[in-house]
Design a binder for this molecule. Structure first.
Ligand SMILES: [Zn+2]
Length: 373
């Protein structure tokens, strides 16, 4: 037997948490786990034994919405950029992620998709790439946020089908209020690709239609969408009330006020919230660092990144910190909150049979977190 035995951990599973608990891996899979002390394994079993000292043992975190880190981003269409990102994320507890595109030309977008398609194996010491999240380009320019408004367009068949033909798109965000974009929602549903509503001015009624077509997620909920009005509940009202929708949340305490985070998690329940970082090139860079967002310059300031006109350009946070923040903001326990950072994102992209929770037979994607996460 070749594997790792982790003992004296606080083990979190879908059916309960155990302190102490143990977990045994075999090859790349979880072989067994349980409360208390592990069975005695003979020395010839060749196990590497880790005493976790009471640290939290969780399924590796999964970030579905992350553009970059340490001066690199997915839109560089460079292998090195993906490697730098994968390693920083792994150092912060993430074992799987979707490099996320944003609104750009057909050529640049295709270059990213083909790069990911042609990657042969995971980066040594890095989180696994689970596919690509296409954030755009079929958005509403009225809700562009930091997306380049000159490149935002409607879903045209020749182009969009070429994107999907790459075979690596797992999640796509669109503005569903444009009838020209709805064929793409239908096409993605047929192909098993998750569709989110994002950078959208959709009304509540338009979101009803979107959900009928198969939209199941809202992109960075509250950000770049129609807010909640009491006569027009908007995209936020739809996100909060429609049970079909799971909600991405940037829990960096800059993009969404802690009280709004608490409202979302209270109304939807933690099973319907997906923590994301939406991190960009500035993640991991010190205060005052400048970097490029397409052709524009952004600066790292007070825990986020801003364009020159003050527009929030994305976060610089890592997912372990988002998990810690949302726990502090909602009062949930780690036992209640961990699925928001692993099981829910795994489910959203159809990978929950192998990832997202500590269960025998699943992939041994593991993270040990101390009290500072
Ligand atoms: Zn966005």
């Amino acid at each position: 037997m070749r594997g790792i035995l982790i003992r004296n951990a606080h083990v979190y599973t879908p059916t309960g948490d155990w302190l102490p608990g143990w977990l045994l891996t075999e090859g790349t899979k979880i072989k067994a786990l349980g409360p208390g002390q592990p069975p005695e394994y003979p020395e010839e079993a060749g196990l590497r034994v880790i005493d976790a000292g009471g640290s939290a043992l969780l399924p590796g975190l999964i970030d579905l919405h992350v553009h970059g880190a340490l001066g690199h981003e997915a839109m560089d269409a460079s292998r090195e950029s993906l490697q730098v990102m994968a390693r920083l994320f792994a150092q912060n507890g993430v074992t799987g992620f979707l490099p996320t595109t944003w609104t750009a030309s057909r050529e640049v977008t295709l270059a990213v998709l083909h790069l990911v398609r042609d990657l042969e194996e995971p980066f040594d010491g890095g989180a696994s790439i689970l596919g690509v999240h296409m954030e755009g380009p079929y958005f509403n320019p009225a809700k562009a946020g930091a997306q380049d408004p000159t490149q935002i367009r409607r879903a045209e068949k020749d182009e969009a089908l070429e994107f999907l033909d790459s075979g690596v798109v797992r999640l796509i965000a669109v503005a569903p209020e444009f009838p020209e974009n709805l064929w793409l929602v239908d096409e993605c549903v047929r192909s098993g690709i998750r569709v989110a509503a994002g950078h959208t001015a959709a009304t509540y009624e338009e979101m009803k239609t979107a959900v009928e077509h198969g939209v199941r997620q809202t992109t960075h909920t509250f950000n770049a969408m129609t807010g909640l009005g009491h006569r027009e509940p908007g995209t936020v009202g739809a996100a909060l009330t429609m049970p079909e929708l799971q909600c991405e949340l940037i829990a960096d305490n800059v993009h969404v006020h802690p009280a709004a985070q608490k409202i979302l998690v209270s109304v939807k329940g933690p099973q319907n919230v997906i923590l994301i970082t939406d991190a960009i090139r500035g993640a991991g860079l010190p205060e005052g660092s400048q970097f490029q967002v397409d052709t524009r310059t952004a600066v790292v300031h007070n825990g986020a990144a801003y364009l020159a006109d003050g527009t929030l350009a994305g976060s610089i946070q890592t997912l372990n910190n988002c998990l810690r923040n949302v726990i502090a903001n909602t009062g949930l326990s780690l036992a209640e909150a961990w699925p928001m950072a692993s099981l829910n994102p795994a489910r959203a992209i159809g990978l929950a049979a192998s990832k997202g929770s500590l269960e025998a037979g699943k992939d041994a994607d593991l993270v040990l977190l101390n009290e500072k996460y």
